[in-house]
Design a protein around this ligand. Sequence first.
Ligand code: ADP
Length: 301
Amino acid sequence: MELRIERLSKRYPNGTQALQDVSLTVPLGMFGLLGPNGAGKSTLMRTLATLQEADSGSAFLGNIDVLKQKDEVRRILGYLPQEFGLYPKISADALLTHFAALKGISNAGERREVVRALLQQTNLYEHRHTSLGNFSGGMKQRFGIAQALLGNPRLIIVDEPTAGLDPEERVRFHNLLSAIGENIIVILSTHIVSDVSDLCHQMAIIHQGRVVVNGEPAILVAGIEGKIWKKSIETSQLESYRQRFQLISTRLFGGRNIVHVYSDHLPETGFEPVKPDLEDLYFATIKGFTRTTPTLAEVVR
Ligand code: ADP
């Protein structure tokens, strides 16, 4: 089964064009949707999660028409929204049991079994009697995944899941996601590049409501091989470099600025070539330095 999104567009009543002809094919496994704040990621995720309407276009999950057959989608969807409220005084076990009942698992014995398995899978079993108000950020996110996994979903959507997690919690959350992401479609929407490079076999970059890059991270990164250059400069030189070169990023290292620049050839003496990574591709793309291949939908339009 795959998810096929074709020419999805959405304009909000205030005139914001949040999605513009978005076309994507999302296969089984982890798919990273990367884009800066305001790119349209949540709009796309909420549309796929049947929580809001698109203006035009289509989305099919296998044979299910996602925009029309909302009940069918909800039956096989697990959704972890960007922000979700948890009742702070209820224990993890009690709330997950409640959600399981809402999801239609009506047999009490089966419910207990499902809840126990999910709490174990998300490493929360030993905290099952702890009230959710006492959970750390990472534990809350893992609880979010546990509730999203109720009812054996075929499609899981996670919106900005690692924002605010400390590095250790992030690793645990990544391990959990990659363990569940093998036989179902998991869409991970994020502005954190390393979430995608660590986890996803397929990805897209969305910018200003449009898909600007789509494919396998390693292949996409190979496409800018030989075009990324670095140099260590003083802070006082930054502005002039910003004006003279296609500056991708600056990073402080030992009190100096390491700049990465996008260029087809050596920008000036003192630069050295670097092996590009996904971060270089991402910033070069959203800053408009790379020329993108038009999508099929754009070609046939
Ligand atoms: P992302 O999730 O990538 O940050 P969003 O989908 O939240 O992006 O937003 C895309 C654009 O649509 C932004 O310009 C945002 O301000 C705008 N937007 C989002 N929701 C609404 C809304 N309900 N009404 C009007 N504009 C909105």
